[in-house]
Design a binder for this molecule. Structure first.
Ligand SMILES: [Mn+2]
Length: 422
């Protein structure tokens, strides 16, 4: 008897995460080990924190054709969660996901209480999920809205210019949220009526989009692979007030929407690039009780150290020496900014990190870049130069002449042609 009372007083606990980007590499390095460690950690967190509902707000995979290894990680994680005390898992698609790929196993996953909403369903009702507790009562209503594409929303009118199209898309997204929420409220009234004890059933919104005022960090992966429509921002006012908590994905740094406690981006769990080195990554644990909603951020452990060293040679040398003494496994980006031109920078760095646990994934030699890109006539800007000219200046900068120069130009042209054909 006491046990039942306890469960009744226990608030409904939801874990909100997004932007896993399974399969994403960092400068050519695979990160499957990190993903696996993240899933192990997430699974223990779900058990320790007694999570009832897990929400994943898009960008599950980094590409529309995920590798076998990425798929294996995803499905084995889903199995583990299904076997845990977590009652429901809701997965919505992001702009990186293939809707048809995510949707394919949805019927099978439904039998495990895993709800996948990847393509926009034909009926609004199918975006409103009623999640039930073990007694069969509705304990939460989810507005599971996937990433909305232009074709999902906008009624195309020939001859429209870009501004009109964007405005139509933004208005369309707003109308869509309103319609889904109206349906959620209808269901809420019906379901609350059925409850034995008078209680409020929370409405939780999900989405994968850019809300106005959101912040991105250069190199955090949000602005990469952008295409028309993926960076359109919507006003935070499109989300109706009756949403008790809004679980968003798309931005990779954890943040509130318009400073509101219950409107949030969870951010990506893994560091997405060197610009984010040292930034905290987190997931959101959200408690729903009759007295209100409480959000707590829990930091994701760092599974791979990433660091960026920027400065002149003495600074870089000193920082590397410190890291070597610390004996930690770390991936590095080096940005050389000294006055002196160092054409042998790579060689110097390779020699320094030899036999250490440090791995240099990226070197940026600002001095050489500046030299190549510095104007050669008054008033010249980078925009005046064609990419082939930039490449030639790069060869000039490195004093590459003769046969080798011709070979490099031919190889460069070949790469450009193949890129253009793609
Ligand atoms: Mn993303």
């Amino acid at each position: 008897m006491t046990d039942t009372n306890k469960t009744q007083n226990h608030p409904l606990r939801v874990l909100h995460t997004s932007d896993w980007h399974l399969g994403r590499m960092l400068y050519g390095r695979q990160r499957y080990d990190e993903f696996e460690q993240f899933f192990n950690w997430l699974h223990s967190t779900i058990i320790e924190q007694k999570i009832d509902i897990l929400l994943v707000a898009g960008d599950i995979f980094h590409t529309t054709t995920p590798s076998n290894q990425a798929q294996q990680l995803y499905y084995s994680f889903l199995c583990k969660v299904a076997a845990s005390s977590c009652r429901h898992l809701v997965v919505t698609a992001g702009n990186h996901d293939s809707p048809t790929f995510l949707d394919a196993p949805r019927e099978l996953l439904r039998t495990l209480n895993i709800h996948v909403i990847a393509s926009l369903p034909e009926a609004i009702e199918d975006e409103v999920l009623l999640l039930r507790n073990r007694a069969g009562e509705t304990e939460a209503i989810i507005c599971a809205v996937p990433f909305l594409r232009d074709r999902d929303i906008r009624v195309a009118i020939p001859g429209q210019d870009m501004v009109d199209r964007e405005e139509q898309l933004i208005n369309g997204i707003g109308r869509h949220y309103l319609a889904v929420c109206e349906e959620a409220v209808r269901q809420q009234k019906k379901e609350e009526h059925k409850l034995a004890k008078k209680q409020k059933i929370p409405i939780i919104g999900m989405g994968h989009l850019l809300a106005a005022g959101g912040s991105t960090v250069q190199g955090d992966g949000v602005r990469e692979n952008l295409y028309v429509g993926s960076l359109i921002s919507v006003g935070a006012d499109i989300f109706p007030d009756l949403i008790d908590y809004l679980a968003l994905g798309h931005l990779h740094s954890p943040q509130k929407v318009s400073g509101l406690e219950t409107r949030r981006y969870s951010g990506a769990p893994l560091t997405m690039g060197f610009a984010e080195a040292g930034r905290k990554k987190s997931i959101n644990v959200v408690d729903f009780s009759q007295t209100g909603v409480e959000v707590e951020l829990r930091n994701v452990p760092v599974f791979q150290n990433i660091s960026c060293i920027e400065g002149d040679w003495p600074h870089i040398e000193g920082q590397l020496a410190l890291l070597i003494t610390d004996d930690v496994h770390c991936w590095l980006e080096i940005i050389y900014q000294g006055k002196e031109i160092l054409p042998d920078l790579r060689q110097r760095l390779d020699e320094m990190v030899l036999d250490s646990k440090l791995e240099i994934l990226r070197i940026r030699n600002q001095r050489i870049t500046e030299q190549i890109l510095s104007p050669q006539s008054e008033g010249e800007t980078l925009a005046d130069l064609g990419h082939a000219q930039v490449f030639e200046r790069c060869l000039d900068g490195q004093d590459i002449i003769g046969e080798q120069r011709l070979e490099l130009i031919a190889a460069y042209n070949e790469i450009v042609t193949s890129l253009e054909q793609e």
